[in-house]
Design a protein around this ligand. Structure first.
Ligand code: HEM
Ligand code: HEM
Length: 183
């Protein structure tokens, strides 16, 4: 017997899809810069990348808390196989860890390059590290590594969502979509 997972809260759903959109735009903005001429346009794109990345970090905080709440309620009523739940929880935890660590590495790398980070020029973020270009290069390296890692996890994540929807035919995917009764 399959029992439907508990309904997701509307905010979690909206923030999940907003994060996807932000990740697409911020990744495009940092790669687009490589093909462009003009220092000011490159800086504009890098600043857009930084601000959107900081937004991902800010959004990740309430998302993570709501996810913990959801996981606790899910654990109680779901009869799903242990390993299925365990791997989903581990994968989501790894994605959340990167959603926190990646922006912080980018923020630190910017500071180590001597640049202050701000959210769309409106709010300045505190400086986390002193100017040190070698350290900045290392931080950018780990930032890029983290970005590849999260992309890999997202590919697996989307594969798992499709498997739930088309093979297992359960409510996991539809539960993450905006349905009428949630409005
Ligand atoms: C989840 C959020 C983020 C993702 C997925 C991400 C992804 C990336 C990727 C893929 C690159 C490498 C592009 C290349 O190979 O040239 C990059 C570079 C960079 N990112 Fe991020 N980033 C995020 C957030 C941030 C934040 C919040 C900041 C700063 C506040 C930041 C600052 C930088 C900097 C300084 C670079 C190096 C750009 C360069 O000079 O080439 N990133 N990021
Ligand atoms: C087309 C792309 C995507 C699809 C189809 C998708 C689908 C889903 C589904 C069906 C769930 C519910 C899983 C469950 O209840 O066990 C989920 C949760 C989750 N997804 Fe995605 N996702 C996508 C993109 C992303 C991206 C880009 C990220 C972040 C990098 C992400 C991070 C998460 C996280 C952390 C959760 C668990 C926390 C929560 O419930 O909000 N997803 N996703």
């Amino acid at each position: 017997m399959t029992i439907s997972p508990p309904q997701r809260n509307l905010f979690s759903i909206m923030m999940h899809w907003l994060t996807l959109l932000l990740l697409i735009v911020l990744t495009a903005s940092v790669f687009l810069r490589e093909d462009l001429e003009g220092k000011s346009l490159k800086l504009l794109l890098l600043n857009a990348h930084r601000s959107l990345g900081l937004l991902v970090l800010i959004i990740a905080v309430p998302r993570f808390l709501l996810w913990i709440k959801y996981e606790i309620s899910h654990q109680k009523i779901s009869p799903s196989h242990f390993w299925l739940r365990f791997s989903a929880t581990a994968a989501h935890l790894a994605i959340f860890a990167l959603l926190f660590v990646l922006p912080v590495l980018g923020w630190m790398a910017s500071n180590a390059r001597g640049q202050t980070v701000s959210l769309f020029g409106l709010v300045n973020f505190p400086t986390l590290t002193v100017l040190d270009t070698d350290y900045a290069d290392d931080l950018v390296h780990y930032h890029e590594l983290g970005a590849w890692l999260i992309m890999g996890l997202v590919v697996m994540h989307v594969g798992a969502a499709l498997w739930h929807h088309f093979v297992r035919r359960d409510d996991v995917m539809s539960n993450m979509l905006l349905r009428k009764e949630k409005m």
